[in-house]
Design a protein around this ligand. Structure first.
Ligand code: ADP
Ligand code: MG
Length: 232
């Protein structure tokens, strides 16, 4: 369904991704991990056509999409840093995104799931970080897209909201979707991820299941596996 072949991306002298190839054909939850600055966000933005790589190509449903953007209406995206206009209200941004995407949306159940009904008429600039993130989640999950890209979706969430988000991600997987996620919350990755893609120094250092990673590193959990990779 999604494939990237020999992707390379540099910013000036800094090579962020160096000849990355990756393919996902089956539904599931794919965790993109790696230390700060290892290129996780850049990788996800390349899949979305928001960053253009210098080398390589991308395929979506078998078609080369390097110069096309239509495929993006099949992807739900939660950016790591959501730049909302501060003077819009919650209900206004939800309606604005619905108008832009022109797809059936189910925002009401998500608004009630995350307790946002009382905040609908508040301006985005006045919301706490956690509440802004809940709005971000509603905007991402309200459409029915086959691919969902989540860049640090847990930022600022309280524990109860974190559980709700995990359930939501699991439901989407059960509905047959492909979910790509980055997160610093190792518990979430251990609970949800079918496959781990670990980026290090511009390369895919590891791709496989949590069990594979644990046995490769001789560690008992994800946190220690990663520590072993980074400080051998
Ligand atoms: P991660 O999400 O894994 O923390 P990023 O993909 O955000 O990493 O960034 C990878 C590296 O690329 C970092 O060193 C970052 O500073 C650099 N970088 C990202 N975007 C840009 C940009 N637009 N211009 C210059 N450098 C960038
Ligand atoms: Mg990032």
């Amino acid at each position: 369904m999604i494939a990237v072949q020999h992707i390379g991306k540099s910013f000036g002298k800094l090579t962020v991704l160096d000849d990355i190839s990756f393919e996902v054909n089956n539904p599931g939850i794919f965790a993109v991990l790696g230390p700060n600055g290892s290129g996780k966000t850049t990788f996800l933005k390349i899949l979305l056509g928001m960053v253009i790589p210098e080398t390589g190509k991308m395929l979506f449903d078998g078609k080369d999409i390097s110069r096309s953007f239509k495929y993006r209406n099949k992807i739900g995206y939660l950016p790591q840093v959501a730049q909302f206009p501060d003077n819009l209200t919650v209900v206004e941004i939800i309606n604005m995104i619905k108008n832009i995407r022109q797809q059936p949306a189910h925002s009401e159940q998500l608004i009630s799931l995350f307790g946002l009904a009382k905040s609908l008429d508040k301006k985005l600039g006045t919301l706490s970080g956690g509440t802004r993130q809940k709005v971000n989640i509603v905007l991402t999950f309200m459409f029915d897209n086959p691919v969902i890209v989540l860049d640090e979706p847990t930022a600022g969430l309280d524990p109860v909201s974190l559980i709700k988000l995990k359930d939501l991600i699991q439901q989407e997987k059960n509905a047959g979707k492909i979910i790509l996620i980055t997160s610093h919350i190792m518990g979430l990755v251990e609970e949800l991820a079918d496959e781990i893609i670990f980026l290090l120094e511009g390369q895919i250092f590891f791709k496989g299941t949590l069990e594979d990673l644990k046995s490769k590193t001789g560690s008992e959990d994800l946190e220690h596996s990663i520590a072993t990779i980074l400080e051998p």
